[in-house]
Design a protein around this ligand. Structure first.
Ligand SMILES: [Fe+2]
Length: 280
């Protein structure tokens, strides 16, 4: 029997606001703030890209653990949506599309999977798989004009200690087989992502592109930013389902794991910040 009341949920929400949303990586991410405003050098963007590629690739491992450790079939499906989409399965519903974009797509069927055309909404169920729709391949396309190739990207051996700490924390907490732990980490990761870091990255990269590397393709970043804006709207409903849902919900563990996950996220960005400061 679930005896929780709406007032309990309100108190829980307040607790998240005061204990999780106040984490410095959400309220004051020094690296992203700097990145948005800085006159970025090639070296800055190369180091950032390589570390981001390691996170992006090893995130697949965490997402697979999340899938395997899902608490029920519904959660397993939700985890697979993300995993399959990451590796190249296209969401099968097109968002409002301009006539021009639609014509371009119909005229060039091989463009399917192109980051500038691909859906940001829908389900992978019944979606098409394209190698070129893998997020890692979008990142490779981004990295090319920076002089980085497949041989420099995505492997554990290229990760700094702080990047690897983040990746390992994702596997440990986000991929945990304890429901309240993985849910706390998911909540933390979603709120971190929704706090606007994609927009800060895009701002810095747009300036860098205009000044130094006009052929730079920003699709990887703009696509994720669009997705994040949609996620934000769902987070509250998901939280409610979790709180009142049928699974044994350990609030203490949820908050604790969320905080530890944010510490992992912070390690990643602080590592990038220390590296750039060490060069200036
Ligand atoms: Fe992605």
């Amino acid at each position: 029997m679930n005896t929780k009341s709406p007032a309990d949920f309100e108190r829980f929400e307040q607790r998240l606001l005061s204990e999780l949303m106040t984490h410095p990586v959400i309220t004051d991410n020094q690296y992203c703030k700097w990145f948005a405003e800085a006159d970025l050098s090639l070296e800055d963007v190369r180091f950032f890209t390589q570390q981001f590629s390691v996170f992006s690739n090893l995130f697949l491992v965490a997402q697979l653990y999340k899938t395997i450790n899902a608490v029920d079939l519904e959660e397993m499906h939700a985890a697979k949506e993300i995993l399959a989409n990451e590796i190249g399965c296209i969401f099968n519903r097109r968002v409002e599309e301009s006539a021009e974009s639609k014509q371009r797509r119909l005229d060039n069927p091989d463009d399917e999977g192109d980051v500038d055309l691909v859906n940001t909404e829908g389900t992978v169920d019944g979606g098409t798989f394209r190698f070129k729709a893998a997020h890692f391949e979008w990142l490779l396309n981004f990295a090319k004009p920076l002089g980085l190739g497949f041989e420099n990207m995505g492997k554990r051996k290229f990760g700094s200690d702080s990047t690897l700490f983040f990746c390992d924390e994702l596997i440990r907490i986000y991929g945990s087989d304890e429901f309240s732990e993985s849910a706390g980490a998911s909540f933390a990761v979603e709120n971190w992502a929704a706090a606007g870091f994609w927009k800060q990255l895009i701002a810095g990269l747009r300036r860098f592109k205009a000044t130094y590397v006009p052929e730079l393709k920003l699709g990887f970043f703009t696509w994720h930013d669009k997705v994040e804006d949609q996620h934000k709207a769902h987070t509250y409903e998901e939280l409610k389902q979790l709180f009142f849902g049928p699974h044994d919900f350990d609030e203490e563990r949820f908050v604790q794991s969320g905080y530890e996950m944010l510490d992992g996220v912070a390690a990643f960005w602080n590592g990038l910040n220390e590296e750039r400061l060490s060069r200036n």
